[in-house]
Ligand binder design. Structure first.
Ligand code: DON
Length: 352
């Protein structure tokens, strides 16, 4: 009896000792598929933040006047895992416009309605080899719009989403994005107004699409809803959670809701690897090896299938329209944590 009590006391003492010696950041944390060692992930995120925080490469987008005056020093990093662990640092509550990253989720919504084959048939999923807002790309491709991430394809995608009115369509899109983020997202009205006042190029694209019968609702109305979807505000944690929903086979890791049908996730991720960074996509696949999507607001989200997503926000962009700092940070994290999908190291094979 005495022996049993003694052994119970020893067990309790050992348990308390373990709790006291464990690093604070790992207490109360589940083990995670992307972060089996959470302390290591935190260290890599901190290291990336420190390494690149003073990087001055790139320039804010200025063709949307609002974006030109966003503080170029803003900088935030977030990782959300498929079991909803969050590791984040920097400007993590700042709400920036989602811009072209929205196109991934409108693609998902349109695929839900049309099915993959019909969507591919109407919008396509091939590289265009041209800038994201290219007019000649539309004229050169008479049978489809290239892919859902160039502006023409994204406007065409919006036109395919069914709704009685433009307002109804906008509400449907915003609700869908919110379900992917696991919380209510809102429009940044100033971004919307700024872009709506200057988006003559997108209106021209919509007219050209109409000429080739590749827009499926009123052209200007489609551009307007598209402009709103690009002006949805997200912070870097919300964006990482939207990515983690895709990483988690379409199921939001925070709410448990199946937002995107699992069967469409591989097609969406393959579109992202092929065209997510426009003319930077090949180099990105080469160096980083993760499906990703950029936006001219300065965000990039990269998906690690089955594990989680990395989102970075830093406004200055390169010539292709991709955040310079976000690319460097994600490349650094993916390399340190062996996340490149094309590297055998990502599944633990180290070689000789
Ligand atoms: O239509 C546009 O030009 C913007 N609303 C979105 C472009 C964009 O984000 C391109 N991405 N890097």
């Amino acid at each position: 009896m005495l022996k049993r009590r003694l052994s119970l006391q020893i067990t309790v003492m050992l348990f308390i000792a373990t709790l006291l010696t464990a690093p604070l950041s790992t207490l109360g944390q589940k083990t995670s598929p992307v972060a089996p060692n959470r302390a290591q992930v935190e260290a890599v995120v901190r290291e990336a933040y420190d390494k690149f925080k003073n990087d001055t490469g790139g320039k804010n987008a200025d063709y949307i006047p609002y974006l030109a005056q966003v503080d170029p020093k803003l900088f935030g990093i977030a990782i959300v895992t498929t079991d909803n662990q969050v590791v984040s640092t920097g400007d993590i509550t700042y709400s920036f416009s989602i811009q072209s990253i929205s196109k991934v989720f409108s693609q998902a919504l349109a695929m839900e309605e049309l099915g993959a084959d019909k969507f591919f048939d109407k919008v396509g999923s091939e590289p265009t080899g041209r800038a994201f807002n290219s007019v000649p790309a539309v004229a050169d491709m008479p049978t489809h719009t290239g892919n859902p991430y160039v502006n023409a394809g994204a406007i065409s995608t919006v036109s395919l989403i069914s709704a009685g009115t433009a307002d109804e369509k906008w509400t449907k899109i915003l609700n869908f994005y919110s379900r992917a983020a696991g919380e209510k997202l809102v429009l940044i009205d100033e971004v919307y107004k700024s872009e709506a006042a200057t988006n003559t190029g997108n209106k021209a694209l919509s007219m050209l699409l109409a000429k080739y019968d590749r827009i499926y609702a009123d052209p200007f109305e489609s551009v307007d809803v598209y402009t709103k979807q690009c002006s949805v505000g997200v912070n870097v944690v919300q964006l990482a959670r939207m990515g983690a929903t895709l990483a988690n086979n379409g199921k939001n890791p925070a709410t448990g809701e199946q937002v995107v049908k699992a069967e469409y996730v591989p097609e969406i991720l393959s579109t992202m690897i092929m065209a997510g960074l426009y003319d930077g996509s090949g180099g990105w696949a080469w160096h980083v090896g993760l499906p990703a999507k950029s936006g001219v607001g300065g965000g990039i989200v990269a998906i690690v299938p089955g594990k989680g997503a990395i989102a970075v926000f830093a406004p200055p962009l390169d010539a292709a329209g991709n955040s310079v700092k976000a690319q460097k940070v994600i490349e650094h994290i993916a390399s340190k944590l062996d996340l490149n999908l094309f590297s055998p190291r990502s599944v633990g094979l180290r070689g000789e």
